[in-house]
Structures are given as structure tokens and as C-alpha cells.
Design a protein around this ligand. Structure first.
Ligand code: ZN
Ligand code: ZN
Ligand code: ZN
Length: 389
């Protein structure tokens, strides 16, 4: 039953990486930066496809001042070259060299000279141990987060990225279906979470990053850690799962109700009411998505429906988060973010209602802002899944 969805994903062409690098340099200059330095992490993956391990040895892409080059430890050079090909020259350093001085020299300052006006953007995920040494090597320079440059680029997904997000979403859909088929009664949340993680990997995920299995009262805790609690008939389960497939994130939430086959153990009226509100809020907010719509208005659409149903104070988190190379990234669908949604932005739409000590409900899809409206990547049904075993 092992699927190979990843085999059908087209590789990202080298020209596309070259375009991303050029765009990053252009935007960095427009923002007044003299240097753009990108360490290991999602920004490096975005710009070059290189998914290097974060290490105490410095690997750093110098995007600006151009031309771009990758500074890498000598022993990492073969892996780096295999990942970036010939598109970016690799400058290696040996065990007794100082790579931070090397990068500083590229960034435009000699190691000893102060560079009072140098403005440097550094990737947000760079370890402090590297940043502090870069700051020592570039005395007087000012440092800022590269997300101010790369965030707006990474927010708009190209066709290769949407293809990966869709494959990840479909894989997560299949895992939901498998878990909802049961059996669940008598198993611990942790046992079900283990099955979720195994299935995500079987379905092509390289990493199963999270498996929230919140049963009974635990469904009222939005980020519940799967515990040793035993699942019983007559209670709901929030199933919120995801990871990375082809480097891109999946993140889906569906609600299950476990009856164990006992017709008297179905959902009570209040649960059906709050689930119905979440379902309506999720559908309405999703259909509100279009380019130019302020992110906070999508949140407000869902919140209005839940508030009108009397549970406004029980919807205790933002509506959604961007998703791409990271499972949480820009844009955030939250009150106060009046940034208009851009065509190609990908994010979750995940309203919820949580009655502490009793139960809760959340439904989550990944949605791309299409040219004329939402493109929903998840296809798993959004109804309450009744699990009889
Ligand atoms: Zn979350
Ligand atoms: Zn989620
Ligand atoms: Zn989410």
C-alpha cells in the first residue's frame, strides 16, 4: 500500500532558482541593503534547493553583493555541489580558516575596518553563534532580518511550489481517511499519533512534523500533545496532522466522533451545534479568499459566524498561517494584519471552538489564493467523521 506520490513531482528547474536569486537581490537593494546573507534553513532551500544540515561549521549563501556564491565547509562541498549544481559557485573553507571573516570580506568590509554604513540582511533562522561572529567581523554594520526581503517572495508560490503543496495535502488527506476508518476505541492517543506519523511517511512525507490527537476533553486544547489517554466511545477527537513532502508542508485538521458502534454514543446537540458553526465559518472564510482581500478580513469572516452563534470568546486563535517550506510562515490570517492577500499565497483556514474541560472542534484546509478566488488543496470531506470501532 506504499504510495509514491513524490515520484510524480517535477524537479524545480535551475532557471527558476536563478530567477529567485535575482529577485532576492533586487528586493534587497530596493530595501536599501548592501548585503544579503542566507544561512542554512528554508531561505537557502528556497533560493538554491540546498537542504543543508544546520551545523556549527558555517554554510552561507552570499546573495548580495553579487554575484551570488555559496560559502561552505570543504567537507560539505560535494553535498553542496550536488544540490546547487553549477548555478552558484561554491567557495570552500578549511578547518583552520575563519568562515565568518570570509563572509564578512564578501559582504564588503575588510575584517579589521569598521563599516559604519553597511546594512546587512541575515536569514531569520541563522544560529546566534554565527550571527554574533558575523557581527564581530563586521563592526559598525547594522543587521536586519532577511524576512523583510525574502518573506514577500516566499509568500507567493509558483507552480512548482503549489504542485508540492497539493501533493502534500493529498497525502495528508489519505492519512485522515485511514485513521477515520478506525479502530480507535481502547487505543491511546499516542498510539494513534504513532500510526499517523508512520502513514504520513508511507504516503511520501520526508518528515511527519506533528500529529495532534486530542480525544474527549483534550479536543478543547488546540495544540494538545498526544498523551497516554485511552480513547473511549462517545467522544470527539481532533486530528491535526502534517509534515513535509517534497520540502513543502501539509497541515490538515478533521473532527472525528467515536461511537464504538453504540447508537447512544453519538454527538450531543451542543456538539453538533458548535461543529456546525465551525464548518460554516470555515466554508465562508474560505470562499472570501481572493487577491487584494486584507488577511484580517478573512479571519473576521469566520469570527463573525462563530460570534453570532454565541462562541466568539471560544475561538481563541488566529484563523490561519501561511505554509510553504515551513509549516508556519507568512501570511498570517489574524486581526491586525491588513496586508492584502497576494495571488499565489498559500495558507491554512482553521477556525475552532474550544469549551475547556468538555470538548472542542476545528476544521483546517490549506488554501491557495487563486486569481479569482480560493483553490482548496485538501479534498478530505469536512463532515464530522463517525468512527464506529
Ligand atoms: Zn497550529
Ligand atoms: Zn494544523
Ligand atoms: Zn495549521
Amino acid at each position: 500500500m506504499t504510495a509514491q506520490p513524490i515520484a510524480s513531482i517535477r524537479p524545480i528547474p535551475a532557471e527558476r532558482f536563478a530567477e529567485r536569486l535575482a529577485a532576492a537581490a533586487r528586493v534587497a537593494v530596493a530595501h536599501g541593503f548592501d548585503a544579503l546573507l542566507v544561512g542554512v534553513g528554508p531561505d537557502l532551500r528556497y533560493l538554491t534547493g540546498y537542504g543543508a544540515m544546520p551545523l556549527e561549521r558555517l554554510t552561507m549563501l552570499v546573495v548580495l553583493p553579487g554575484p551570488p556564491r555559496l560559502v561552505a565547509p570543504l567537507l560539505e562541498a560535494p553535498a553542496a555541489r550536488a544540490a546547487v549544481g553549477s548555478s552558484v559557485p561554491i567557495v570552500t573553507w578549511g578547518e583552520t580558516d575563519d568562515p565568518h571573516e570570509l563572509v564578512a570580506a564578501f559582504a564588503g568590509a575588510s575584517p579589521s575596518a569598521a563599516a559604519p554604513s553597511l546594512r546587512v540582511a541575515v536569514s531569520d533562522r541563522l544560529w546566534t553563534s554565527h550571527l554574533l561572529r558575523l557581527q564581530e567581523a563586521l563592526p559598525g554594520a547594522t543587521f536586519a532580518r532577511a524576512s523583510s526581503v525574502l518573506g514577500e517572495l516566499r509568500m507567493v508560490k509558483d507552480e512548482w511550489e503549489v504542485e508540492r503543496l497539493r501533493a502534500a495535502a493529498r497525502a495528508a488527506d489519505r492519512v485522515v481517511a485511514a485513521i477515520a476508518a478506525g479502530p480507535l476505541v481502547g487505543r491511546t492517543e499516542a498510539d494513534v499519533a504513532r500510526e499517523v506519523r508512520e502513514r504520513l511517511v508511507e504516503e511520501g512525507h520526508q518528515v511527519a512534523e506533528f500529529a495532534i490527537v486530542g480525544s474527549g476533553p483534550n479536543s478543547a486544547s488546540p495544540h494538545h500533545e498526544a498523551s497516554e489517554r485511552v480513547i473511549r466511545a462517545g467522544e470527539p477527537i481532533v486530528l491535526d496532522i502534517g509534515g513535509l513532502l517534497g520540502d513543502y508542508g501539509s497541515d490538515i485538521t478533521r473532527m472525528l466522533w467515536v461511537t464504538g458502534g453504540d447508537p447512544d454514543k453519538g454527538p450531543d446537540d451542543e456538539y453538533l451545534r458548535l461543529f456546525g458553526l465551525v464548518r460554516a465559518a470555515q466554508a465562508e472564510a474560505t470562499s472570501a479568499v481572493r487577491p487584494g482581500m486584507p488577511a484580517e478580513r478573512v479571519d473576521a469572516t469566520a469570527r463573525g459566524i462563530i460570534a453570532a452563534g454565541g462562541y466568539g470568546d471560544r475561538f481563541i486563535h488566529r484563523l490561519g498561517h501561511g505554509i510553504g517550506l515551513e509549516v508556519h510562515e507568512d501570511p498570517y490570517l489574524v486581526d491586525g494584519n491588513d496586508e492584502p492577500l497576494r495571488e499565489g499565497a498559500a495558507f491554512s483556514v482553521e477556525p475552532g471552538i474550544y469549551l475547556e474541560g468538555r470538548y472542542g472542534a476545528r476544521i483546517e484546509d490549506i488554501v491557495v489564493c487563486g486569481p479569482h478566488g480560493p483553490i482548496v488543496l485538501n479534498e478530505a470531506p469536512r463532515d464530522l467523521y463517525v468512527v464506529t470501532g
